[in-house]
Design a protein around this ligand. Structure first.
Ligand code: ZN
Length: 209
């Protein structure tokens, strides 16, 4: 068995995602009517414990290189913007040996934490997610964390679409980098009329979200 490199290269991560079905290429149509030649379904990669561990260890190594993060450990909270990021948050927590983990959920369309989450110790926070397509989820989570009176000291995702911000604005006019294993050039077409795959007659797959 070959040991994985500590931080795999972007193409190795994409290969891993492809192998597990989390990254698919073809011709996909979203419920919104948008067309795209690629599709990420990240939980498919986290089905495999070994893959999950390699990805999380890689992310945690990038986070440890951030002085604000490494100097605060282990009194750090790993935060997921949604339940979808919980497997990543647990695996990163394990690799960093951070003390806390929690996650936001949507209630009536609004992102929020469970009630009373601020009644324990509130540690500085690192926000992690499987994928950042627009950056909205990460930035909304920054606001939530800061409402608890906590500091955001880092952020990391497995895949970041290049259109999503590479830094998050935090309190005090400061910002933190969004670390990622893959920076991906996402292609979107608002309608089939603009879609290259439609013109080439590539069979469509309809995806749920
Ligand atoms: Zn199309």
């Amino acid at each position: 068995m070959t040991m994985p490199r500590l931080i795999p290269e972007q193409n190795e991560v994409l290969e891993m995602l492809k192998r597990t079905g989390a990254f698919r290429e073809g011709h996909f149509v979203y419920p919104s009517g948008q067309h795209t030649p690629h599709y990420f379904q990240m939980p498919l990669a986290f089905r495999y414990y070994d893959t999950a561990r390699v990805l999380a260890v890689a992310l945690s190594r990038k986070l440890r290189l951030e002085k604000d993060v490494s100097s605060a450990l282990p009194k750090v909270s790993i935060i997921s913007p949604s339940p979808g990021g919980i497997p990543v948050a647990f695996a990163v927590r394990e690799a960093l040996n951070a003390e806390q983990i929690y996650w936001a959920e949507r209630e009536d369309g609004k992102r929020m934490f469970r009630q009373y989450v601020q009644t324990g110790d509130v540690h500085p926070c690192v926000i992690v997610d499987d994928i950042s397509r627009t950056g909205v989820a990460l930035q909304e989570t920054v606001e939530l964390v800061q409402q608890l009176g906590a500091r955001v000291i880092g952020a990391a995702v497995i895949v970041r679409f290049r259109g999503a911000p590479s830094r998050l604005e935090v309190a005090g006019g400061d910002s933190v980098p969004v670390l990622s294993l893959v920076d991906f050039d996402a292609k979107w077409y608002d309608t089939g009329a603009a879609c290259t795959e439609c013109k080439q007659g590539v069979p469509e797959e309809h995806v749920r979200f």
